[in-house]
Design a protein around this ligand. Sequence first.
Ligand code: TNX
Length: 511
Amino acid sequence: LIIGVSSCTEKIEKLILPETDLAKEALIPMPLKVIPTNSAFALDQFTAIYTSPRSESLNKVGAFLSEKINAKTGLRLSVNTVEGETVDRIIYINQVDGTELKEKEAYQLYITKDSIILNAKTNEGAFRGIQTLRQLIPEKSNDTLNTRSIWPIPTGKIIDKPNFEYRGAMLDVARHFFSVEDVKKYIDLLAYYKINALHLHLTDDQGWRIEIKSWPKLTEVGGSTEVGGEAGGFYTQEDYKEIIAYASKHHMMVIPEVDMPGHTNAASVSYPFLNGNGKTPRLYEGTHVGFSTFDTRKDTVYTFIDDVVREIAAINPDPYFHIGGDESDATKHKDYVYFVERVEKIVNKYNKRMIGWDEIGQANLDSSSISQFWRHENFINEAVKNNMKVILSPAKKAYLDMQYDPLSKHGLHWAAYIPVDTAYVWTPETYSGIPKENILGVEAPLWSETISNISELEYLAFPRAIGYSELSWSTKENRNWDSYKKRLAKQAQYLERMNVNYYPSKLIDWK
Ligand code: TNX
């Protein structure tokens, strides 16, 4: 046991601190470097948070930490308010410039028994560091060593930064609609594991889920149903802004996807002039793909797309716009290429970088555009030759809608069964021969043909989404299944406190 002296005059009291090992903590994703010093910082009611500078934005990061400490421990830590005598120990959040902190998401944590110092160059870096700190706070206080409750945080040093800059999760709100509250809960859970991109698949054959003021029938008609025939739904622009604001508080980008020229039945039912497959479009509640297409040779279709991109870009400040582009089986090859090249210009006009599923590799695109690998090696190679960046979402490894095994509930298995180990044990750095410098990051898509509520969403996403966070944040040298599965087992406490319906895979020794 290590004895620390509490400095507060009224309560001079020797705190008894447990021995710790920072290197054995269940941190996910695994930080770059962890150096333990075996003592403890006693988080208790006499701890306060200070930020430097006391800027509004850094103050918000401090307030976020205080809010989360409150939710976990019940303690109320003040942020940037002098409370003199009642404060014994301080958690400092500092904005600093340093050679090791040049990346925007890098941070360093110095934990001693007297203070915690979190250094980062940006608010984003500080926010990532806070997730690490949250994971170090024990779920239960230690009430036996001292006369008051303390939450001992292991001392030592953590130096950390992400391996990939893009660490994403996609949610399909088109096949089944998910409410703003559901999306916020998913953001909470993903942010805890340092995911920084939420890709929303907003439109598909079965539903159009985002209000476009200049084309109101998209949601009135196209948003009125979903797979299975329930009522569907959509986000008003106010709802959508609420999602953006919530994501931004969690330093998470939102990537809006309007899937086209295929997967557009809901749009064409709303405005039949868009349709290019020669049939009369009707609302669709099934799960087939590949039957719909826009009419790629009509200028009015591009006027429509311009309005849609403009309205969404105006409420979604993040740098990317996803145009889908997958499974356009009802579009002729030359029309598909023409369409993607023309839509790229619209996206760029609104100052967004275009992302599309890997089929867009067939078009001749600007190297600023990004191809999302899901299945076609030939198309992704074309994109790489074009010097484009790639997001890795190989269906066989990274699709959250694949069943864990033949007996697990929900999900499909057209690409593979993906048990928790298969989801984790692969190497994005060398996947499919794509050079590492072309890889922007990893994203785990969750298609929603087979799930219709947050509990079913959680069953497919957890625990696998946690593994994708480590695959995209941590270096290859720091990833290891045996270590990961022990750390994953300990996430049960957090998941249970958050009321997450995770899949209790038998591969993990949940305590
Ligand atoms: C393929 S992945 C699709 C989606 C389906 C998914 C089901 C991709 C780009 N297209 O339309 O929802 O399979 O796993």
